[in-house]
Design a protein around this ligand. Structure first.
Ligand code: CA
Length: 237
């Protein structure tokens, strides 16, 4: 039985034996699943707004899965997973920019397909807040290369972000200028200790702006350790 708010998967597949296997696998994993036999039925179903993901056979009797996907992309960014035959179809799925999110090749294991479906949905449905790791007063989204402080987004340059990210990896630990250079300026041509200092300075200014603290305030989140380097005090949220 599908849970009340279970994601609904639309399976477009004309071979009923395959469709039945897929539908059974999805439903037994808690998904709601609907089935259509023809490509032309997919877009109208998706337009109802009830579908969360489409499992789309490439070889459908009326129009190809490629064509169906093109239709969908004119009005929807719903995840699409292609079911392809082993012949030339795979190359076309991979080679053409159809906006398909994934594909599985027949014969496939229903379990693998369900795992792909789940992975696609997770990526899609996870609110972006789930990407944030809370670290005291800081929050970091490493994939999105974003950091916020005291609940406010920081507008950081690439190097400021890199420095802060490096310091946040081990709150409290002192990182030398050389270590910071290695991590943040690994691919940069010009270097020198002052580069680190310069960016730390602008970074501090941005943090202070949020704190409303005076320049040189003692409770600066970024601490200077003379002759050693810098550390970060993440504070308490
Ligand atoms: Ca088919």
């Amino acid at each position: 039985m599908a849970a009340p708010h279970a994601p609904t998967i639309l399976v477009a597949e004309d071979e009923t034996a395959i469709a039945d296997t897929v539908l059974y696998a999805l439903r037994s994993e808690g998904f709601a699943a609907e089935h259509v036999l023809l490509g032309g039925e997919v877009a109208p179903k998706v337009r109802t707004g009830r579908i969360d993901l489409v499992v789309l056979d490439v070889g459908l009797p009326d129009i190809t899965g490629f064509e169906v996907c093109r239709q969908l992309r004119t009005f929807s960014d719903l995840p699409v997973i292609f079911l392809t035959a082993r012949d030339g179809e795979i190359d076309r799925v991979v080679g053409l920019e159809l906006g398909a999110d994934d594909y599985v090749v027949k014969p496939f294991s229903p379990r693998e397909l369900v795992a792909r479906v789940r992975a696609r949905l997770r990526r899609r449905t996870q609110p972006s807040s789930a990407d944030w790791q809370a670290l005291g007063r800081f929050g970091i989204d490493r994939e999105g290369r974003r950091i916020r402080y005291a609940g406010q987004a920081l507008d950081l340059t690439r190097y400021e972000y890199g420095l802060l990210e490096a310091l946040l990896q081990r709150p409290g630990a002192v990182l030398s200028r050389a270590q910071l250079m290695d991590r943040v300026w690994a691919d940069a041509l010009d270097s020198g200790d002052r580069t680190v200092d310069t960016h730390i300075k602008t970074l501090r200014a941005k943090l202070r702006e949020i704190d409303g603290a005076a320049d040189g305030a003692a409770d600066d989140a970024i601490r200077t350790h003379r002759g050693l380097g810098y550390s970060i005090d993440i504070g308490t949220a």
